[in-house]
Design a protein around this ligand. Sequence first.
Ligand code: ZN
Length: 207
Amino acid sequence: MECCAFRAYILALNGEVLRANPIKKGTMQPLSLYYLPSHTHRQPQRSTFKQTFSSLAARVCAVFLSLLFACVAQAADCAITLQTDDALRFVPSHIVVPSLCKNFTVTLTHTGHLPPLAMSHNWVLTKKSDLDGVARTGMAAGAGAHHVDQTDKRVIAHTKLIGTGETSRVSFAVTTLTKGETYVFLCTFAGHSPIMRGTLVLADVSH
Ligand code: ZN
């Protein structure tokens, strides 16, 4: 039929969509040269767009997740400030070290008013089972050694001995801690250790 000469024929051949040339019968031309119904013409473009969008979304998600993980690690409190004064106490007296942290930092402050000879403090971390032994060696070490025996391997970390208005900071690797173990921190200044104590644990928390 003659009308067939003006009619478009859409063929799919080897993955490429072709259309019969309405002027020259029997010849085939690439689809892009002619009009095609929108649903047929745009199908490949939509697919390409979808793939591009999916790829982009995946990348954005990957970046977002990496940032989120970094933020969580950062938000995980890998540091704490302990306040002391003329009372024999640490505030707070319990520390949770997030296992996400690589290092943990303890800052000890002293806001009391008594002179250092009467009221100095330090912060000494050890296992609960080693508490008494560390308290003894710390006491014997004297103020010149910040009341910490440097040869005592039971001491995991410690600050300097500080007086009123002073601050001391210490960082230690979280890998030195074990989950399930109970740690204690104490002040080994003269006579403080029986009262001035706190506890520390390692836990899978972000805060
Ligand atoms: Zn003390």
